[in-house]
Design a protein around this ligand. Structure first.
Ligand code: WT7
Length: 667
């Protein structure tokens, strides 16, 4: 590891944040979890997790809560048996809640809506389970799912879980190459897909990418048996009778009777691929009992879930957020939720707020990147809708800048709603660090402290806990039920990637190193700064890109900012910033660059003053909304821009180059 921990002592823009928001009295009074849960969980962690596992229905209870005899290979609820699909669907019907709506599906074309009750979901999942079995899928076989955000995607996941066939959902925006390498890596027997989905007002094809991926997988030596295709858009598809099967032929004709089998608590539930800094994507393996316990518990605790809530998570099921907080957590809890197919701004920019108004959404979970793009559009758009049903807002995916947090709370939440900034990862499977909305006061920009049951710390290079007011590496010091079990097919890489940095010592077990830097403020609350590879060292001072970005976004003319450390002969890395202005700021005025540089200087200190600020129309982002700083670094260092294939919109780099060429930068 070449980077050093961010040093909280010198630069503390984020720590100057002193706005505080108390939990609403009513929410605090009836909160699912109260202060005592922290102490209870800490005094007997395993008993606490056993209590959380009780919220599921087990066919056989466990003999042992945790087996950590062979770290880092954990087993949770050892000897227990359960079926995840039964827990997410059947048991709610058996409890008399079959008529409760599971999904208000909202297709992107206006008016294309469909409500699905738990009883209907049970029939659909049973049919799909029977159809997959008829196609030859057996317990333990892997099934790939490459679909738009339509109910059949959720049905396919639950059907796999029902028959014990681990699924691997590949985000529908990924290329055929990415799909092929995942098909090959996990040796998927069947692919479930659709002809296409609706995106930005038109039908966007998926099947051609599957056709190509099947050929490419074969070239890599792996043969896919069957491709099950949902007809969503009705667009033309190339058809191979030996391989392709229509969903409406195979599933809709199948029986709605299907007895779910109980599987071992450690039976693989799914593999989710996530990119590392180098090498091929890592197949993160999640198993059944512990994962479902963690997802259900956190969804209940962090969102303070109540029976009448209408919940909406805007993530795609192609990401872990969709797995834990659309499918497994919410459905295990029997919630009513919105499932939305499209983009926030189709057919127009108020679409999301319309959905909230129409369905009376009470709990809303989205990403900072979306919040900042709404900030950029201005408050007039959400102000035209009635958002008074909302009672709690969540954020996930990257650090949320204090300004975005306050805007979210104020404009979307009408100042009534707590904002929970939830820190977790594909690997953790569940929310780890977050306020509890009825207990913790909100601090804009801070994910606060680990939730009850979770143990984390911020440590230095030697594994020493840093004092309050300092920064370092974020580590998880105790195993947790939804933790990844390994990297699919690569135990060694699992050990190396996550557990080699802080191996067990005489005094303690091994720690999981999350790859993120974090600070403890003077109250001991945590500020996640992002990946340590986003931390730079400027003239001997450690600066987090997030910290400078936050300072920039706190300027009234700035909508979004990305900061990179670019090589400089004199100083080592120099701060380079790429800034998107708010619409109402126009071109920002002649002195905008100097104005912003001075603003950063004032907010953080001279050391953080960017050497260069480029006003750009867009930032390069991956499909999950993460800024690709590597590409910005190429621009800042005057190199040819590298591989752009994982960008959501590959034309963005052209726009940026034009912006840079038009002379808005200053050296
Ligand atoms: C990385 C994990 C969590 C599901 C979606 C992303 C960053 C995530 C926060 C947050 C600061 C955050 C971290 C983490 N991250 N949430 N609330 N505050 N940073 O899952 O793709 O596995 O990414 O996202 O850097 O390590 P992922």
């Amino acid at each position: 590891m070449s980077t050093e921990p961010p040093d909280g002592g010198t630069l503390s823009n984020l720590l100057k944040e002193d706005r505080r928001f108390e939990p609403p009295a009513e929410l605090a009074e009836h909160a699912n979890l109260k202060q005592e849960a922290y102490e209870r969980a800490a005094s007997d962690r395993e008993a606490f997790w056993a209590e959380q596992a009780e919220r599921l229905s087990w066919d056989q209870t466990w003999d042992r809560v945790l087996d950590w005899d062979d770290p880092p290979f954990a087993k949770w609820f050892v000897g227990g048996r359960l079926n995840a699909s039964y827990n997410c669907v059947d048991r709610h019907v058996e409890a008399g809640r079959g008529d409760k709506v599971a999904f208000h599906f909202v297709g992107e074309p206006v008016g294309d809506t469909r409500d699905i009750t738990y009883a209907e979901l049970k029939d659909l999942v049973s049919q799909a389970a029977n159809a997959l079995t008829d196609l030859g899928v057996q317990t333990g076989d892997r099934v790939a799912i490459y679909m738009p955000m339509i109910p059949e995607a959720v049905v396919a996941m639950l059907a796999c879980a029902r028959i014990g066939a681990p699924h691997t959902v590949v985000f529908g925006g990924f290329s055929s190459d990415a799909l092929a390498s995942r098909l090959e890596d996990c040796q998927a027997k069947v692919v479930v897909t659709a002809d296409g989905g609706y995106r930005r007002g038109s039908a966007s094809a998926l099947k051609p990418a599957v056709d190509e991926a099947v050929v490419k997988a074969a070239e890599l030596g792996h043969t896919v048996d069957k491709v099950l295709v949902v007809r969503r858009t009705g667009q033309d598809v190339t058809w191979n009778d030996d391989l392709d099967v229509w969903w409406h032929d195979a599933v809709e004709s199948a029986s709605t009777e299907h007895a779910p089998e109980a599987f071992d608590s450690e039976h693989p539930l799914y593999v989710m691929y996530t990119s590392g800094t180098t090498g091929k994507p890592k197949g993160i393996l999640h198993t059944t009992g512990g994962y479902l316990t963690g997802a259900a518990y956190t969804h209940w605790a962090v969102f303070d879930l109540k029976p009448d809530d209408v919940y909406w998570c805007t993530a795609d099921i192609g990401w872990v957020t969709g797995h834990s907080y659309i499918v497994y957590g919410p459905l295990a809890n029997g919630v009513t939720q919105v499932l939305y197919e499209g983009t926030p701004d189709s057919p127009e920019r108020g679409r999301w707020w319309d959905v909230i108004e129409q369905h009376g959404v009470t709990l809303f979970y989205t990403a900072p990147t979306a919040i900042r793009s709404f900030m950029k559009q201005g408050r007039e758009i959400p102000d035209q809708r009635d958002l008074s049903s909302l009672r709690l807002l969540g954020s996930v995916g990257e650090p949320i800048n204090p300004e975005a947090y306050v805007w979210y709370r104020h404009v979307i939440g009408g100042d009534r709603t707590p904002v929970v900034d939830t820190w977790w990862q594909t690997e953790t499977g569940m929310i780890m660090i977050s306020p509890l909305p009825g207990v913790t006061h909100g601090k804009p920009g801070s994910a606060m402290i680990p939730i009850p049951g979770i143990a984390a710390d911020v440590v230095d290079d030697d594994g020493k806990s840093v004092p309050d007011g300092s920064g370092g590496y974020l580590v998880l010091t105790e195993p947790w039920p939804a933790m990844l079990r390994t990297i699919w097919g690569d135990d060694e890489r699992y050990k190396d990637t996550y557990w080699s940095r802080y191996p067990a010592t005489e005094d303690r077990g091994a720690w999981y190193f999350a790859g993120d830097g974090a600070k403890k403020d003077t109250d001991g609350d945590l500020w996640v700064l992002g990946r340590v590879d986003d931390v730079m060292n400027v003239s001997g001072h450690r600066l987090s890109t997030t910290e400078i970005e936050s300072a920039l976004v706190s300027h009234p003319k700035v909508a979004e900012a990305a900061v990179v450390g670019a090589k400089d002969e004199d100083t080592g890395p120099a701060v380079c910033a790429f800034v998107i202005l708010r619409d109402e700021a126009g071109d920002g005025g002649a002195d905008i660059v100097e104005e912003l540089r001075n603003h950063v200087r004032k907010q953080i200190g001279p050391i953080a003053k960017p050497r260069q600020i480029m006003i750009v129309p867009e930032l390069p982002k991956t499909r999950s909304g993460k800024i690709m700083r590597r590409l910005l670094k190429d621009v800042a260092e005057h190199r040819e821009v590298g591989d752009v294939t994982t960008l959501a919109d590959s034309s963005v780099m052209d726009l940026i180059s034009q912006g840079v060429d038009s002379g808005k930068d200053e050296a």
